[in-house]
Design a protein around this ligand. Structure first.
Ligand code: AMP
Length: 134
């Protein structure tokens, strides 16, 4: 998509530190420099986020996420990963091309990659009745 920075990374019209690439996906270093080994995995075809991504592209994307994650653990000295995704501006999505963050983890790394929520506002049964898929 025109003017999408991640589409430009996907078609190599702007450079990235590409960690892995196949026909459908590309994985590259997140330039935030916030966590060692922070990687973004994206589909090459433009989807805004998980809400509009077709299932085939999604399956290719999650396969690439698995490949990258296993590589980090099997070959790069990490022990686990956090997978993060923001779908929608209310969720904190800042780049409007679907991406999954892979955060490599080691015991004792003191990375705060798991949110500490303030507590639910509504009764769990009421929420359950609203969101159950019928
Ligand atoms: P999100 O807030 O989940 O949409 O994450 C967007 C991520 O994209 C941030 O972590 C940014 O650091 C990262 N980012 C933005 N532009 C680039 C770029 N050109 N190359 C690599 N990472 C980028």
């Amino acid at each position: 998509m025109k003017d999408c920075i991640f589409c430009k990374i996907a078609d190599h019209s702007i450079p990235s530190m590409t960690v892995y690439e196949d026909e459908y996906t590309i994985a590259f270093m997140d330039t935030a420099k916030d966590v060692d080994g922070h990687i973004l995995v994206i589909p090459k075809t433009h989807a805004h986020n998980i809400l509009d991504c077709d299932n085939y592209t999604l399956s290719q994307l999650i396969s690439a996420v698995k490949k990258v994650s296993c590589h980090l653990v099997e070959n790069c000295g990490f022990e686990g990963v956090n997978l993060l995704n923001a779908s929608g501006e209310s969720a904190g999505q800042s780049v409007q091309h679907f991406h999954i963050h892979v955060i490599p983890r080691k015991s004792g790394d003191r990375i705060n990659a798991w949110p500490h929520f303030d507590g639910a506002k509504e009764d769990i049964e009421d929420v359950f009745k609203k969101i159950i898929i019928k």
